[in-house]
Design a protein around this ligand. Structure first.
Ligand code: AKB
Length: 316
């Protein structure tokens, strides 16, 4: 990776991935972009920032040529809950945006990172220890775009030898930029509300188990798969990766170790609950561990200690 372009960088993952990549590869070698202008903050202070609408292929080409890009982290997407409210937009950004990126990558010989998701699975998938290769019949538009994306990336690798790679991210928990429209957002919001008010109204039912991961591990996953020796990769575009699996009661229990009076109430959101019920309880990520050494560092306990410390420091 010499010169890297990140799309959708204003979001939860991009805002931290960009800084990590700039630390490793140098600020001028990591070009940050988003459909909305990023005008201030660490992303602006540490390297180039551009506006890119991924539906505008001529703009992607212009930026790839301007900076001699050889690697694209394509993060622009609409998350699962917003995707159910706006399915046409979710398809357009999720599939047409990826198609544009892959076409540019084919023409200009770029490697591409594509984040798939636990959303690529559905109710007929085995939900416990979900295998790497299994049934994928998602019921959300987000899931449909993720399965399509996995297949498109496979196709561009097989047909055009584009170096496409990716992982199936679980819910990602972080404390810099908010997630914005996913089913797993509750696992971020709960920490902020616990610190701020000592109570949280959870949109998912107790007993809803989902895979999750703390942001430092998510960054390691995204960079790790792109830096992996391709000779060892059999599943290049859609590795299951997970770090922990918990339900709302378990995360509330961990929070109570720091905030003993923390109160959890439930007001189930039927759309989010329906999506969550169709997703795995816990994936099997042994292929990622075997093929490129995936090895997450944070469990629920370690993550909770860090989240509470960081959020308390923000004085929200
Ligand atoms: C979402 O909830 O939509 C995302 C995801 C798991 O892909 N966080």
């Amino acid at each position: 990776m010499k010169n890297i372009l990140i799309t959708g960088c204003g979001g939860q993952i991009g805002s931290e991935l960009a800084l990590e990549l700039r630390k490793r590869y140098g600020g001028d070698h990591v070009i940050v972009s988003d459909v909305r202008p990023i005008l201030e903050g660490p992303l602006v202070q540490t390297g180039p920032v551009e506006v890119i609408d991924v539906l505008d292929i001529t703009r992607i080409v212009a930026i790839v040529k301007k900076y001699d890009i050889d690697t694209i982290y394509h993060l622009a997407a609409v998350l699962s809950a917003v995707g159910e409210a706006k399915p046409q937009l979710a398809w357009s950004i999720g599939v047409n945006g990826l198609y544009n990126v892959l076409e540019v990558a084919r023409e200009y010989r770029c490697a591409v990172f594509f984040p798939s998701s636990i959303g690529a699975f559905g109710p007929t998938t085995p939900l416990d220890f979900t295998p790497q290769d299994t049934i994928q019949r998602p019921v959300s538009m987000y899931g449909v775009t993720k399965v399509t994306g996995e297949l498109l990336c496979d196709y561009y690798h097989r047909r055009f030898q584009v170096d496409t790679r990716g992982v199936r991210f679980p819910g990602i928990i972080s404390n810099v930029a908010p997630p914005g429209g996913g089913t797993t957002d509750y696992a971020v919001e709960i920490y902020y509300e616990a610190v701020k008010s000592g109570r949280y109204v959870c949109p998912l039912r107790a007993g809803t188990f989902l895979d999750m991961m703390y942001m430092p591990d998510a960054l390691d996953a995204a960079i790790g798969i792109m830096e992996a020796d391709s000779a060892f990769l059999k599943h290049r575009n859609s590795f299951n990766v997970t770090a922990m699996s918990f339900d709302p009661e378990m995360i509330a229990g961990e929070i109570r170790k720091y905030i003993p009076g923390f109160v959890m109430e439930y007001d189930v959101d039927p759309v989010k609950q329906g999506i969550a019920d169709s997703w795995p309880n816990r994936m099997d990520d042994s292929c990622a561990r075997e093929e490129w050494g995936w090895n997450p560092k944070y469990d629920l306990e370690a993550m909770t200690g860090d989240m509470i410390k960081v959020i308390r420091g923000k004085r929200i």
